[in-house]
Design a protein around this ligand. Structure first.
Ligand code: ATP
Ligand code: MG
Length: 555
């Protein structure tokens, strides 16, 4: 239950709306019960009086009408306000979860699959929205309405008021405890098998061709169906329990009605009332209507297990501490010519949860304005150098200086402003071509974007219909590996950063394009400092220095 606390604190920002929603819920529930009680009494009293005119039917009939209208209006606004508040809380929650997620990337998220992360961010966060809507609001409304009923009924018969409200309160305490316990384990299974099913389903869709080629499609489908069955079984079991909760409530209500009818013959004693017998109908109808208070409660607590499991799954991610914290406040000094700009001093590095050292006592420096090529076998640790330079990880020991200042002393913004990296894998966001490029420089004009696109040889992407609004990524124009690299390169050319880090920028390009791209990069890097990882030996004469890395050291 404690795992819900961090999420409850998000409710503070929308407390007013949530409170209003609950007040409206109370009003509509009270109006509903009042309506049935008053109607019951009115019909009974009319029947007793018969056709004589000694009965004021104006007040009760307008009361019935008023309550009916009141119930409809308050129910409408209750739905409106509570859902509006829930969606606002949900929006906050998503932002809160996402902003915890970002600093964890990439080290803290490596062990989760993409589909698993998506599941937690979408489905689990969604599950949390029932917390207020199905649990908190109905529970508070139930408590308040039982209280009002008690006060109202005590004018008719204190004894019946105590019996009715005592029973309702007992059920209100008992049902949540019993059904929470019964549903706890199931809720966990529902949430876990939902996540498993989604992951497996995504895998099944993505790898369908491979499954078919290797003749294992049937096994894969059977595995998926097995997971689906677990999920459905747990849901069906939950539905049975929710049916049981309803059945038990109806039974309890029936028994209470019988007892109340039996007792009301002697217990109701209001000598001042015009038609005291009609009060029996009022009390009985009131008890009948009270079913509406309790029905949502049993079911809601049955699902509390799901809500708690989802909260735990989200907290499992968000409560991790990022391994890299940006706490420094250093400013970026103006770079002097031919001064060490990037310095590695006896840097050792091991990836978390791995044993072997990837960088061994690595020391080198790059002067401002220099163009340095980094060569080395695959797996020798070249990309890892860039991982440290962009502070995706911190060295295990040793120091990295950037512009004479320890790298950890810069705020993230400063570091990102002065370094730009083209990594081995370029990510294309599901967004327009324009937005994908603006990442390199948010202030670039459309003319500049078009110019850069032509430079990297992607001018043909611009058609007359969509221009820079061409949609990329999911559901958009697919890009080949080479095209993706060139989008990455375009981002890099747009950026003003002084330190340029390139991880095999020409990989997968033909020789002619490679020459052009290299030329472009070198032109862009005039007056900047370039570190470029490469496997290719041609063009090396254009660099000031060539470092060869082997086994995490400079050789
Ligand atoms: P390539 O030329 O193939 O790109 P590289 O020189 O860039 O190789 P790195 O990516 O730096 O090699 O990897 C160096 C070593 O670190 C490899 O043994 C690799 O398995 C390991 N490694 C790389 N990234 C991670 C990671 N995120 N977590 C754990 N180990 C990693
Ligand atoms: Mg690499």
């Amino acid at each position: 239950m404690r795992s819900l606390f961090p999420f409850l604190s998000l409710y503070r920002t929308h407390f007013g709306r949530l409170l209003l929603g609950t007040i409206l819920a109370i009003t509509s529930l009270a109006a509903s019960i009042g309506l049935l009680s008053l109607s019951g009494w009115f019909l009974a009293a009319s029947a007793l009086v018969g056709s004589s005119l000694l009965f004021n039917f104006f007040y009760p009939s307008s009361g019935v009408r008023g309550l009916a209208i009141g119930r409809t209006i308050s129910r409408y606004f209750e739905r409106l306000v509570t859902h509006d508040a829930t969606f606002r809380v949900l929006a906050n929650l998503r932002i809160a979860v996402f902003s915890k997620l970002i600093p964890l990337s990439p080290a803290g998220l490596n062990r989760y699959r993409n589909s698993e992360l998506l599941n937690r961010l979408v489905a689990d966060v969604d599950t949390l929205d029932t917390l207020y809507l199905n649990l908190i609001s109905p529970f508070i409304s139930a408590v308040m309405v039982i209280l009002f009923m008690g006060i109202g009924l005590s004018f008719v018969s204190p004894l019946l008021a105590v019996i009715i409200c005592g029973t309702l309160t007992g059920l209100l305490v008992l049902f949540p405890i019993v059904f929470y316990r019964l549903g706890k384990r199931l809720g966990k299974i529902v949430i876990q098998s939902r996540a498993k099913y989604r992951s497996q389903f995504i895998e099944w869709v993505q790898l369908n061709a491979e499954f078919l080629l290797f003749g294992v499609q049937q096994q894969a489908t059977a595995k998926l169906q097995q997971t689906e069955k677990e999920w459905l079984d747990a849901q069906s079991h939950e539905s049975q329990l929710s049916g049981l909760s309803n059945a038990l409530l109806i039974m309890a209500n029936g028994i209470l009605v019988t007892v109340v009818i039996y007792l009301s013959a002697t217990a109701i004693n209001v000598p001042t009332a015009e038609n005291p017998e009609a009060l029996i109908a009022l009390v009985v109808f009131c008890v009948l209507a009270s079913l509406e208070i309790l029905t949502p409660i049993g079911i809601a607590f049955l699902h509390l297990g799901q809500v708690i499991t989802s909260a735990e799954r989200i907290s499992e991610i968000t409560e991790q501490q990022p391994i890299v914290q940006f706490t420094g406040q250093a400013g970026w000094q103006k770079i002097a010519e031919n001064q060490p700009l990037v310095e590695f001093k006896q840097v050792n590095f091991t990836y978390p949860q791995r044993d072997e050292n990837v960088l061994n006592n690595l020391s080198f420096e790059v002067l401002s304005g220099q163009k340095v090529a980094i060569l080395g076998k695959t797996g020798s640790g070249k990309s890892t150098i860039f991982q440290l330079l962009t502070r995706n990880y911190d060295p295990t020991s040793g120091q990295i200086l950037l512009n004479h200042c320890k790298i950890e002393e810069y705020p993230e913004q400063t570091l990102r402003q002065h370094t730009v990296m083209l990594s081995q894998r370029v990510h294309i966001f599901s967004n327009s071509l324009r937005e994908n490029l603006l990442m390199g420089n948010p202030n670039a004009s459309d003319e500049r974007l078009l110019e850069v696109l032509n430079q990297v040889g992607l001018g043909y992407l611009i058609d007359e219909q969509n221009g820079l609004s061409l949609w990329l990524g999911e559901g958009g124009r697919p890009l080949s590996g080479g095209e993706q690299r060139r989008v990455g390169l375009a981002r890099l050319l747009l950026s003003d950063a002084e330190i340029v880090l390139l991880d095999e920028p020409t990989e997968g390009l033909d020789r002619e394009t490679e020459q052009q791209i290299l030329q472009l990069i070198l032109e862009h890097c005039q007056g900047r400092t370039l570190l470029m990882i490469t496997h290719r030996l041609n063009g090396l004469e254009k660099f000031d220095k060539v470092y060869r890395i082997d086994n995490g050291s400079l050789v």
